[in-house]
Design a binder for this molecule. Structure first.
Ligand code: C2O
Ligand code: CU
Length: 462
């Protein structure tokens, strides 16, 4: 009895799956705690010791927080870490005071204290949460989790809905997290790229499925800096959403690039036969590795289901006139093998060497710190265009808080709604969005070492 959880207890009592007679609304709106504390996790195979991690609610990843669209997330964040922290709800168009950016929208939550995050979620889709204070260390130690907002109308028909948080760890030969945080070499190059990939905190994640069953896979790249190039084997299907936002038309799934912080929702049918194993494969420089396995046991049906319909669109404002939009330029510079000689810091011009001594190696518009003036002061509801130029030798994953944007192609056509844009070296891109969420919002590289070392700016929406 002591080991029986409530559900099992009720099942034993009633001999059937329970439906507790509690109002669901009451459950969804109750405040729950979200603890951050040190613990251990089995990231590596059994012959290695467990890894000392920092985690939400004692597990890597943290709990999947699921809410209905339009519902409320109410979590008291309790910081039991040895460092100040905060929780950012990535991709959710949120009340600015709840955005979790330490130093901008709130003070960092000191060890031994707490902060109540309480907000409504306007958009259905796949989102996630992570610290926004020393995130380059805290996320590398295991602090992240998924925030899933269920479609208000019934979602797509699937047999299984799986969240796959894909992470990249830098582990020592004892399977402990390498504590070389702040290594300038990482900061000036590709960021902290690791040597051990997990899905949902497991180096060999696997789940049994049936032939011709249909799954919704919600992929999230939670790595500090690694860009994943993903393919499937024995799974055939479509990309139906990117960064939480439904695509107008599902796209056939081929190779999928997932930069840090990006998400993709897939709908896939299991085409591998009974007895085979379907795979999610990550392509690295030296070949492809299966990072998640789906052993096929049995058959779900005799023929494939019909092609999926698009997911219902989220209530994101349509762009206004692009010709009359307020414009800004963002020049991204610095890093190793870039030509940057120096940048402004604390209001004065600094050489690259002095910048590096202060932990900065990148700059946005010639500034290595955020400064007091935002990149843009927008009126509420205004359409904004930002032309980004990646004048560095590295790719970057540019993330805008509080809004989703579209990329404007050279021919003027508009890309899908996203919150994080991968830019290759020397690439230019232009994005547009409606600044309809009042407050102060970051625009930064989600390669966490890059943002810490200068790739961060902000905008204000009146
Ligand atoms: Cu995923 Cu500024 O954050
Ligand atoms: Cu970057």
């Amino acid at each position: 009895m002591a080991h029986m959880n409530r559900r099992r207890f009720h099942q034993a009592l009633f001999g059937t799956t329970v439906s507790l007679c509690l109002p669901r609304i009451g459950q969804a709106e109750a405040t729950e705690d979200l603890f951050a504390r040190a613990t251990r996790a089995r990231l590596a195979p059994d012959e290695y010791p467990e890894t000392e991690v920092w985690a939400y609610d004692g597990s890597v990843p943290g709990p999947v927080i699921r809410v209905p669209q339009g519902g409320q997330v109410s979590r008291k964040f309790i910081n039991e870490l040895p460092q100040a922290s905060s929780v950012h709800w990535h991709g959710i168009r949120i009340d600015n005071a709840m955005d979790g950016v330490a130093g901008l929208t709130q003070d960092a939550v000191e060890p031994g204290t707490d902060f109540l995050y309480d907000f409504t979620v306007p958009d259905a889709g796949t989102y996630w949460y992570h610290p926004h204070n020393r995130s380059w260390e805290q996320m590398a130690r295991g602090l992240y989790g998924a925030l899933i907002v269920e479609e208000a109308e019934s979602g797509p028909e699937v047999d299984l809905d799986e969240v796959l948080l894909i992470d990249d760890w830098r582990l020592t030969d004892q399977a402990q997290i390498a504590d070389d945080f702040g290594a300038m070499h990482d900061w000036a190059h590709a960021g902290r790229v690791g040597n051990w990939i997990t899905v949902n905190g497991d180096g060999a994640w696997s789940r049994d499925i049936k032939h011709l069953s249909r799954m919704r896979l919600r992929l999230v790249n939670t790595a500090n800096a690694r860009i994943f190039a993903l393919e499937t084997r024995g799974l055939d299907g479509w990309v139906v959403a990117l960064d939480g936002m439904p695509l107008e038309t599902p796209e056939r799934l081929d190779r999928l690039t997932l930069a840090p912080a990006q998400r993709a929702d897939l709908i896939v049918d299991v085409t591998a036969e009974d007895g085979e194993e379907a795979l999610l494969v990550s392509f690295e420089r030296d070949g492809g590795y299966a990072i998640a396995g789906f052993p096929v046991r049995g058959k779900a049906r005799a023929a494939r289901l019909a092609n999926p319909a698009p997911l219902p669109p989220n209530p994101v404002a349509a762009l206004g006139s692009l010709r009359e939009a307020r414009r800004a330029d963002l020049l991204m510079e610095g890093g190793a093998m870039g030509g940057m000689r120096g940048a402004m810091m604390g209001g004065r011009m600094m050489s690259m060497r002095d910048m590096a001594a202060a932990g900065k190696v990148w700059a946005f518009n010639g500034m290595a710190d955020m400064g007091d003036t935002p990149l843009i002061e927008a009126d509420r509801g205004e359409t904004i265009r930002i032309a980004l130029t990646n004048d560095t030798a590295w790719p970057h994953a540019m993330h805008l808080h509080g809004h989703h944007f579209r990329k404007i192609a050279i021919d003027g056509s508009l890309g899908p709604l996203r919150d994080t844009l991968l830019m290759e070296r020397d690439e230019t891109a232009e994005i547009a969005f409606v600044a309809d969420n009042p407050g102060v919002w970051l625009l930064h590289c989600h390669m966490l070492e890059h943002s810490a070392a200068g790739m961060m700016t902000w905008l204000r929406v009146a």
